[in-house]
Design a protein. Structure first.
Length: 273
């Protein structure tokens, strides 16, 4: 995938996700001269990346004429303030891509105009290592060319999936957006369980971390689904089968995850109101 010629791109917000996007765009071939960053106080990591590559930071508005795309990577609680300041930058047809959780397409269009092409996305934190999962939804004003452009920019930090019903963004938030925290918690609990069985804490934590990393990489490389991979490591009457009998029991892991994802989905809907 090459991002050559995809600019100019204006990135509003250079926090963790913004910094990951910049890094991915540069790696994908987008020229530093095609990236413009608006952030009054970027964190040190992003500031260093911007300075190292000679990317324009907080340029004068007149130098930002007709950007191909504006990416909103700011916290939801300051989105209204940011949108209020974009009036002179967004032209008719300028594509807006939001990576802010909890902000609907309609809430953004209320500031920028009903006919503004807008794509709402929910990425996740593994984007920081170019292994993210982003789910996106476009409104009716986004052209096929703009949708393809957004996909190229988002794929610079991982995989992209599309939904046509914006309501499904809440489900995506609960699965992939919040999902890394579930995996981290699994590793945390697995390590603690190892300590209770007698392993030294350092070894238990390392074993849990590497096991989660390795299992994830095996699943990524394999053509088999997770259920089949699980079956392959489970010998009848063995140690794994004994553990899975507990995890799969009544009110076990499947039920807990279903309840957890439902709770996250419901909360996402509440925050989008």
């Amino acid at each position: 995938m090459s991002l050559a010629g995809a600019g100019p791109v204006v990135l509003v917000g250079a926090g963790m996700m913004g910094g990951a996007l910049i890094d991915g765009w540069l790696g994908g071939g987008l020229k530093p001269s095609e990236i413009f960053v608006l952030d009054p106080k970027p964190p040190p990591e992003s500031a260093a990346l911007i300075e190292k590559n000679g990317i324009s930071l907080n340029p004068a508005p007149e130098t930002l004429a007709d950007p191909a795309i504006v990416v909103l990577a700011v916290k939801p609680q300051i989105m209204d303030e940011v949108l209020d300041g974009l009036g002179g930058l967004v032209r008719p047809g300028t594509l807006i891509v939001s990576v802010a959780a909890g902000r609907t397409i309609a809430s953004i269009a209320a500031w920028l105009g009903a006919e503004t092409p807008i794509i709402r996305t929910i990425p996740n934190t593994p984007a920081a290592v170019a292994r993210g999962m982003t789910v996106a939804c476009a409104n009716a004003h986004v052209s096929p060319v703009q949708r393809a452009l957004a996909a190229r920019l988002l794929e610079a930090v991982g995989e992209v999936g599309w939904v046509e019903d914006e309501g499904l963004i809440d489900a995506a938030t609960a699965v992939s957006g919040s999902g890394p925290a579930y995996v981290f918690y699994l590793a945390e609990c697995l390590a603690e369980a190892g300590v209770k069985c007698g392993l030294p804490r350092e070894l238990a934590e390392r074993a849990a971390r590497v096991t989660v990393e390795g299992a994830g990489e095996l699943m990524r490389r394999s053509e088999l689904g997770p259920a089949k991979l699980r079956e392959n490591v489970t010998s009848p009457g063995g140690t794994t089968a004994a553990a899975l009998a507990v995890l799969g029991g009544e009110a076990g892991l499947a039920e807990l995850l279903a309840r957890a994802v439902a709770a996250a989905c419901a909360r996402s809907r509440e925050l989008s109101q």
